[in-house]
Ligand binder design. Structure first.
Ligand SMILES: [Fe+2]
Length: 215
């Protein structure tokens, strides 16, 4: 279901506006991931125009000397099976809005400006230890519907032969919009914690660990 077209009726049917607020913005993800990463909507903005540069540095397009606007962040983590074993050569396909909250997608009607220096999309592979890492800008919040602003998030599609593919979204800790987001709040509390990236105090990188269920 598209995040932009999730109707109020569906929201009510799903009991997502029960008024019970579960605050997980300050919760910390476990070092060893245990929760199978939940599926979340892919939204309407998966890239449809092929682009040459889909590498792990989203802050630069091609060989341009210019860099993307916004706060530069590193996101890193591992992809694991539900038995805890790291998954090498998993495909980690990521896409996101720029720092102003705008996707480089023809159907995004947000009036926020595009950033020609922001790559917006990357396709990575995990290394022999199941790890991935990329450099990007923190995405801006953006309006999804009247009265509903999506918190900063990055979309992930993760796949590997022998495991169930997932499409999901990663959030950033300590974002007030996390506590009122209809998509994030639809998950169980452990699932919410599992998709909110925490900042490593030593490296400064945001950590997002992903667990796939074996076929
Ligand atoms: Fe989105």
């Amino acid at each position: 279901m598209s995040e932009k077209f999730l109707s109020r009726r569906k929201v009510l049917q799903a009991g997502l506006v029960s008024g019970v607020s579960l605050s997980v913005s300050t919760a910390c993800a476990s070092e060893t991931p245990k929760t199978v990463t939940p599926r979340q909507t892919s939204g309407p903005f998966y890239p449809i125009v092929e682009q040459a540069d889909k590498d792990a540095d989203l802050t630069v397009v091609g060989n341009s000397p210019d860099i993307a606007l916004g706060d530069i962040v590193t996101v890193e983590g591992g992809v694991y099976g539900d038995d805890g074993s790291p998954i090498a050569d998993a495909v980690v396909d990521i896409w996101q809005a720029n720092a102003a909250g705008r996707y480089a997608h023809e159907t995004d009607r947000n009036q926020a400006p595009l950033d020609p220096n922001f790559q917006g999309w990357a396709i990575l592979k995990t290394d022999a230890n199941g790890r991935y890492r990329f450099k990007t800008v923190k995405p801006g919040a953006y309006p999804a519907a009247s009265g509903w602003d999506r918190p900063p998030h990055i979309h992930f599609k993760v796949s590997r032969r022998g495991y169930h593919e997932i499409t999901t979204q990663m959030y950033f800790e300590n974002e007030p919009l996390n506590d009122v987001d209809l998509i994030l709040k639809a998950l169980s509390e452990p699932e919410q914690i599992s998709v909110i990236a925490t900042r490593n105090e030593v490296s400064g990188a945001f950590s997002f660990e992903i667990v796939l269920r074996k076929v």
